[in-house]
Ligand binder design. Sequence first.
Ligand SMILES: *Cc1c(COP(=O)(O)O)cnc(C)c1O
Length: 229
Amino acid sequence: MPIGAQYTQVAAHLAEVCRACGRDPKDVKLIAVSKTVEAPRVQEAIDAGAHVFGENRPDQIMEKHALYPNEEWHFIGNVQSRRIKDIVPCAALIHSIYEEHHLARIEHAAEACGKVQDILIEVNVSGEESKGGAAPAEVLGLLRATEAFDHVRVRGFMTMAPQGDLDVAERCFSDLRELRDRMRAEWDCADADHLSELSMGMSEDWERAVAQGATMVRIGRAIFSEDFA
Ligand SMILES: *Cc1c(COP(=O)(O)O)cnc(C)c1O
């Protein structure tokens, strides 16, 4: 199926799943993860109605943001200190922050381009060693560390579930939501009210994530791959 048709199908399915679990489809943002395709293919998704895209490499978000500056670009990849200055001007939201020393760099880059940078804290809920993200016990400390920076605003949390067992994935998503609820109660800061976003769910497990309260799903292969079943 062409990319446009796949996007349309995923968007319709997402709306259906939202309604089935009593949620308003407007409350779940579909992020089309275009990291595996060349820039011109992004247009096919735009033509089908996609306006929010995810990228995991600085060079790719820069190139695609330059080509499609009116779309919303999210950075979902591993963050390296020296590339923060490249990512910040392009990214409406950075999903993958979990190292405290990155905050000052983001502050500096955001101030330089006159914006407040929205971020999510990536949490390694499952504890898999291969995965990035803060341990749940580190999250409150990270939230407190952000209070020092006027140009950094935490909007919520992101996680990646282990692949292969949907029940395990769903537990990981509900754990992230519970952590968010706990942080809202424990973080003694006005910004705690703004911890509204839960970025969770990918091509294989997004239905479970929506059932557990995801406000953003990051879908790549189901939209951009020709052979995702
Ligand atoms: C690639 C990627 C996705 C999309 O994964 P698919 O399985 O292709 O839907 C989502 N989130 C992150 C962080 C990714 O790197």
